[in-house]
Design a protein around this ligand. Structure first.
Ligand code: GDP
Ligand code: MN
Length: 384
């Protein structure tokens, strides 16, 4: 579970991390009222869970009411990397001299959490890690003891943080680790941690991702969950409603299967045949007609999808049942929105094949043929 910036900032501020004063707004008037109360200049920041909002036009500084109105009008309702911006955070603009990075995450290779500090903050830290790995100081932490103060100081020193703010940065880092540990975080990150002309540090951004399996013991954070989910990807929200395991990807070949392994295999095959998967969608076991219809609704309502492959392996889910579900779901359309290719195997696959209405779908005997055909359909659309 990912918290929104405004939620993460609340959590950080409660723990004593300095954050700019801010207010959430969902319309232009709300932005202006907030800005008036906070005082100009302000930063208007899109509350969607993607990185690089600044570059994508989702963050604007405003010196006065006119600029705030302009910022609010351009950001609210905009499409930011596939997410519609419903709310913005209006925040006291920080006058900074430097942007640092501090973060805690799990280093799975080492089996330990790792604290990271860099003076190359304010930019995508993954890029820094790739291009200039030495610019990030790392300190592994033994969870049994927590982060020792000397470890925080060492990371800050190794990163080359200026002496004038070193103590404050170390203290933010220690707090961040304590939060990560006590709130079951998977990542906690401040990028940028801004340094002001007066040598204060202040968290201008906040990222906090929580281990969803631990939410039962984090009632306060669990309460934030619904709000955290809102403003997310519409299709991912729909998938939640339908109770599907769904991940949106960047290609144009829609994929539906029953069972995670089967869906992964299909994804790999789509790639093998030169196509690009549009999604991962696992309908799970016992796929009745309604579930099939819901799955089709998911892929059909994704504008990126040009063709769909259905890969079903009958077990508990019988092939004839799935076939009936596919027919029923597709009979509702006057015109099938995108070509659908079906491959059935396992329990009652033969009965299923007979039932499938070939006016509505293309049936293939093998998975390879089904995927190849689906990729070809998608290519036909792309070429048009
Ligand atoms: P992200 O790009 O989505 O991670 O959004 P951030 O909150 O990290 O903001 C990106 C960049 O916008 C920062 O690195 C700053 O350069 C700028 N920015 C954000 N907030 C402020 C602010 O209050 N004052 C100023 N001057 N710049 C800001
Ligand atoms: Mn950031």
């Amino acid at each position: 579970m990912k918290l929104h910036e405004y939620q993460a900032k609340d959590v950080f501020a409660d723990a004593g991390v300095p954050t700019p004063s801010s207010q959430l707004a969902s319309d232009v008037d709300g932005v202006l009222t907030a800005a008036e109360e906070i005082g100009y200049p302000v930063a208007v920041k899109a509350q969607v869970q993607v990185g690089g909002r600044g570059k994508a036009g989702g963050i604007k500084l405003a010196e006065d009411e006119d600029e705030a109105r302009e910022a609010a009008e351009s950001i609210l309702g905009m499409d930011l990397k596939g997410y519609r911006v419903e709310r913005v955070l209006v925040e006291e603009a920080v006058d900074f001299t430097n942007e640092l990075y501090v973060g805690i995450t799990m280093d799975r290779g080492e089996g330990k959490p790792v604290a990271m500090v860099s003076t190359k903050g304010g930019v995508n830290i993954e890029e820094v890690a790739e291009e200039d790995p030495d610019a990030i100081a790392r300190e592994h932490i033994d969870p049994a003891f927590g982060m020792h103060p000397f470890q925080a100081r060492k990371a800050v020193y190794d990163a080359g943080v200026d002496k004038s703010v070193a103590n404050d940065v170390a203290s933010v880092l220690t707090t961040l680790y304590d939060l990560w540990e006590s709130r079951d975080g998977s990542d906690a990150e401040i990028n940028p941690l801004m340094v002001t002309a007066d040598n204060d540090v202040i968290a201008a951004d906040a990222v906090m991702n929580i281990d969803e399996d631990a939410l039962f013991r984090q009632p306060e954070l669990a309460e934030m969950e619904e709000e955290a989910a809102s403003g997310g990807d519409e299709l991912e929200q729909k998938a939640d409603e339908y109770d599907f395991d769904y991940v949106r990807l960047e290609g144009n070949v829609g994929i539906i299967g029953n069972g995670a392994g089967l869906v992964m295999t299909t994804l790999d095959l789509v790639d093998y045949y030169g196509g690009e998967p549009a999604n991962f969608l696992d309908v799970g076991g016992g796929a009745k007609a309604e579930r099939i219809a819901n799955a089709l609704d998911m892929v059909f309502s994704d504008d990126n999808v040009d063709s769909v492959v259905f890969n079903i392996f009958g077990g508990i889910t019988r092939g004839d049942e799935v076939a009936r579900g596919i027919n029923e779901a597709l009979e509702q359309f006057d015109e099938i929105p995108k070509p659908v290719v079906v491959r059935l195997a396992g329990t009652n696959w033969e009965e299923g094949m007979e039932i499938l209405n070939e006016d509505l779908v293309t049936v293939e005997q093998t998975l390879e043929d089904a995927v190849e055909r689906t990729v070809a359909y998608a290519e036909e659309v792309t070429e048009q």
